[in-house]
Design a protein around this ligand. Structure first.
Ligand SMILES: Cc1ncc(COP(=O)(O)O)c(C=O)c1O
Length: 433
């Protein structure tokens, strides 16, 4: 058994998609190999090692095509320097290219000078700062909600908000393809969780009707733009069902904020639903704003209630002022509109070229343009081939996506040039053609 562990590790690709261990060995893997080599050597002396799991053999070995490793890449604007190569990044969430924008970087640096590197405590103790309130007010006003509450990250927002909203007397109706943070938030709550077919309003309605007899409070939980598919929830239909069943709608628009709609206000604005009393919305600063952190939007009463109950905010160090200063500066750039227009142009260019080349793209009008491959190993191979052409396009595999739906998750940014997009489509046609 130990030999099997060691063998599988030997064959693990060190850098996710496309670095292999044969190419000069792999530093990240070496300690593990050394460990397993010594474990194999001593296997005869330790026949009962399997009965005594410790930190060295706690986990079952990860199969080669599922193995995950950090790639040690260094981002340089829209490029990544990786293992001596410079690759154009088509797999980030920096949709507007703001993470390297001079105004954004300058704001962060200036805030470090005045406010220090970290916040030093939870916001409810001594980690609060005026700039965090300013960012909340500006986000709420621009998004069309009464109030906002900053949280450390989107993951923390969702893992906190569902347990805060839902107790055991509540039923959560969750889209089957919701982001992992919503899945985990639902698990952490004591609520009854019912999953409905992806984007299927009939399936949701039926589920809500079936649960009606329980008399529980209900919350519909959905991504806005689905992160691995790029398709969008029908917010109006979800809100109609919420109205009919006296429910709330929790919408995580992490990927719609800053990208959807003419001005980038996101899916709720496009659906004329911003500020609706039944809507609680999550947004992130780590994607279109090019910074870090997340926010929850809702009515004054909702946000005040969450401030009392959101454990992932209460028991966690506040976001550093510098990070929030970067988000605030990014919001000002976003409001000017040019980068959102540029992103939309780039999505159009990509879609037109892809359609001319006959690429079988999934149906998506957003910055997320997945190319379904199916088999895990084939997706890794495709990603590796694209790297050979100078592009970083991640192969997304289960458990992030359902079994048999491994894909290339191509994302577009306002900061890509037309030439880069053209060259990517040519390379993709070679890979899947
Ligand atoms: C839909 C969705 N929600 C939440 C998150 C988590 O956000 P964060 O990266 O800020 O933790 C992600 C991250 O990719 C996401 O796709």
């Amino acid at each position: 058994m130990l030999c099997v562990h060691a063998l599988q590790l030997l064959f693990c690709p060190a850098n996710g998609a496309w670095q292999n261990t044969q190419a000069g060995g792999n530093r990240a893997l070496r300690p593990a190999l050394t460990h397993f080599a010594s474990a194999v050597d001593s296997a005869d002396m330790l026949p009962s090692m399997h009965d005594m799991p410790d930190s060295r053999n706690w986990f079952a070995p990860t199969p080669i095509h599922r193995y995950r490793a950090f790639n040690r890449g260094q981002r340089q604007g829209m490029a990544i320097r990786l293992a001596g190569r410079r690759l154009i990044n088509f797999s980030g969430n920096d949709y507007l290219g703001l993470s390297f924008h001079p105004d954004v970087c300058r704001a962060a640096v200036a805030a470090v000078e005045t406010d220090g590197a970290g916040s030093g405590a939870s916001r409810l103790v001594s980690g609060d700062a005026p700039l965090l309130h300013r960012l909340e007010a500006e986000l709420a006003a621009w998004k069309g909600f009464e109030a906002a509450l900053l949280v450390g990250s989107g993951m923390l927002a969702n893992m906190g908000v569902l347990p805060a909203l839902a107790d055991r007397h509540c039923t959560l109706f969750c889209d089957r393809l919701n982001h992992a943070s919503l899945v985990d938030g639902a698990r952490l709550s004591a609520a009854n969780v019912v999953r409905y077919k992806h984007l299927d309003m009939q399936s949701l309605e039926l589920a809500m009707q079936k649960q009606a007899a329980r008399g529980n409070r209900s919350i519909i939980v959905s991504d806005g733009v689905f992160s691995m598919d790029g398709d969008c929830a029908d917010v109006r239909a979800l809100l109609d069902l919420a109205e009919q069943h006296d429910a709330l709608l929790l919408l995580d628009d992490a990927h719609g904020f800053g990208t959807l709609g003419k001005d980038g206000r996101g899916l709720s604005a496009v659906s004329a639903a911003a500020g609706h009393a039944r809507l609680v919305e999550i947004g992130t600063c780590g994607k279109a704003l090019g910074s870090y952190g997340a926010f929850i939007l809702g009515t004054h009463d909702m946000i005040d209630g969450l401030r009392q109950r959101l454990r992932t905010m209460t028991y966690s160090t506040a976001l550093p002022v510098s990070v929030c200063a970067a988000s605030l500066a990014a919001l000002q750039v976003l409001k000017q509109g040019a980068c959102v227009r540029r992103l939309h142009e780039n999505i159009d260019i990509f879609q037109q070229l892809a359609s001319k080349s006959g690429l079988p793209l999934s149906a998506s009008e957003t910055a997320i343009q997945p190319l379904l491959i199916g088999d895990d190993a084939a997706a890794l191979k495709a990603s590796e081939t694209l790297a050979g052409h100078g592009f970083f396009v991640a192969a997304i595999r289960p458990p992030t996506v359902p079994q048999g739906t491994a894909r290339l998750r191509i994302t577009l940014s306002a900061a890509h040039t037309e030439d880069e997009i053209t060259a990517l489509v040519q390379a993709l046609a070679g890979v899947v053609g």
